[in-house]
Design a protein around this ligand. Sequence first.
Ligand code: DHB
Ligand code: MG
Length: 224
Amino acid sequence: MRNPLEVRDYLEQTFQREDPILDQVKQDCDAQGLPDIHISFQAGQLLTFLAGAFRAQNILEIGTLGGFSTIHLARSLQEKGRIVTLERNPRHAEIAKKNIQRAGFSNQVQILVGHAIELLDQMIMSQRDPFDFIFIDADKKNTPKYLEKVMQLVKKGSIIVFDNLIAKRGKLSNPDPQDRTAIGQHECNRLLAANKRLNTFALPVTIKSDGFIDAMSFSIVTED
Ligand code: DHB
Ligand code: MG
């Protein structure tokens, strides 16, 4: 069998273009001690491609971290497009703000600092316009709740993408009840698959250096 890492590296070397802006973002995030859990460049390009092909105008992101994925999403936008991105850690939000500014997207990106569940509840209460593209990449134990909330912030045709469907340890189809992260991931996967308002598929998209394979889900909302 061909080694998955060899395939990953070959694709990266063949297709990855120079990207000084995002290289700098990653360097700064590392230097500031942010956890090294950003999406990969390829996953980022997948987000730019999807949101761009879909002509998303109103994007919601849950989990900003240093703004790496936010900038990928922002690159898909036309002039009128906007992103709201939610981040619980004020220090991360500050770092993301600088990165987004340096990438030239300050006017199109709004960072909201706080607990995502509370921020989502506020958006639901205020009956804001639905989002047409949502990317969820935050704490995994709460992903089932994020799904429940975002279903109240979408319309027919909206797209929802989750990062990190795969638990790091334990049995995938029967995670350890003590492992709240794994339970959150598995529960969210089940809810996505069962949701009658969603048409969902999932793909392995990330191969970590230790060989760990992670996946993203892609859902389209089929009913208002
Ligand atoms: C990890 C990876 C992620 O993509 C994420 O969103 C959170 C955590 C991890 O590898 O621990
Ligand atoms: Mg992630």
